[in-house]
Design a protein around this ligand. Structure first.
Ligand code: NAD
Length: 298
């Protein structure tokens, strides 16, 4: 198995890189956070001195960074991946970024004969840890096929949804559904609680019906347990919805529900909750209704 470069060892990138090491791949890694680098080094990875250095040592380079500006800087910037990568290398950006930026980066890399896939994920930290993320991929079929053995280590599903940028369009669709769904769960549980019905019993009663969802199962228990540590941070969801709204407005698609949830997230950020899990959307409704969603004491 050839060496894989991995850049961005955060909440998602660290467990993903550890899973690749466990599966027997050799890795060369880089992050500006030295503590994260040290942890992955202890697990057996080689450490690169820059994105350029990583790219010069690996034919496949995975990036898992916060957003478009970081991906552009790491791939196209000074001492970046493009400077170090050979012709024929494959850059696989697994960050959630604007689809137009994926296309821009891919076009710049293509000038040097470097291939690219955009391959954002969903599932959050728990699925990154157990290697069962959903991976949404844009790019060429042959490049996707080459990555399948690696996607199998990281994900429970991996689907090529179109050309470059299609992975991130799919991820934006995913983020609309998740955001609006968490807001709906929050509205429902706040209403039930203030009406004097135990939210836990409401959850148990409805989860098997049409109102049931992966979001309901993942977030309702955390809301009732008052657990708002991330998970997926409100600030990151704001980033994704900004990418959603910019993309949708650019192509003439009004998104009134998404825009509404975006303003809820902005209000929570102003309240100092930007680093909380997006399940803290419930706190916005709790403030309006002057009630807290929690399990009734036994
Ligand atoms: P994170 O902030 O925890 O990790 C990002 C990492 O990138 C950090 O370790 C940071 O030090 C590093 N980094 C930033 N700038 C860098 C640079 N210039 N050079 C090298 N390293 C740099 O974020 P995360 O939660 O791991 O998310 C990563 C991506 O995955 C984001 O696009 C996010 O939207 C997406 N995502 C996150 C989740 C989740 O639940 N956390 C779920 C699905 C998708």
């Amino acid at each position: 198995m050839s060496k894989i470069g991995f850049i961005g060892l955060g909440i998602m990138g660290k467990p993903m890189s550890l899973n690749l090491l466990k599966a027997g791949h050799s890795l060369v890694v880089y992050d500006i956070n030295q503590a994260a680098v040290e942890e992955v080094k202890q697990a057996g990875a080689e450490v690169g001195s820059s994105p350029k250095d990583v790219a010069s040592k690996a034919k496949i380079i995975i990036t898992m960074l916060p957003n478009s500006p970081q991906v552009k800087a790491v791939v196209l910037g000074a001492n970046g991946v493009m400077e170090g990568a050979e012709k024929g290398s494959l850059v696989v950006d697994m960050s959630s970024i604007a689809p137009l930026v994926s296309r821009e980066v891919a076009e710049a890399l293509a000038v040097k004969g470097i291939r690219m896939l955009d391959a954002p994920v969903s599932g959050g930290q728990p699925k990154a840890i157990d290697g069962t993320m959903s991976i949404m991929v844009g790019g060429a079929q042959a490049d996707f096929d080459e990555m399948v053995p690696i996607f199998k280590v990281l994900g429970g599903s991996y689907v090529l949804t179109g050309g470059i940028g299609a992975g991130n369009v799919t991820k934006l669709a995913n983020q609309i559904i998740v955001a609006v769904n968490i807001a709906a769960v929050s509205e429902a549980l706040v209403m039930a609680t203030k009406a004097g019905v135990d939210p836990e019993l409401v959850y148990k009663a409805i989860r098997g019906g049409l109102a049931g969802s992966t979001v309901l199962d993942a977030k309702a228990p955390l809301m009732m347990d008052r657990k708002f540590n991330p998970g997926f941070r409100i600030n990151l969801h704001i980033k994704d919805l900004a990418n959603v709204l910019e993309t949708s407005h650019g192509i003439g698609v009004p998104l009134p529900l998404t825009a509404g949830v975006m303003e809820i997230l902005q209000a929570l950020k102003v309240d100092g909750l930007g680093e909380c899990d997006h399940g803290a959307i419930v706190k916005f409704y709790e403030k309006l209704a002057q009630i807290e969603v929690k399990r009734t004491e036994a």
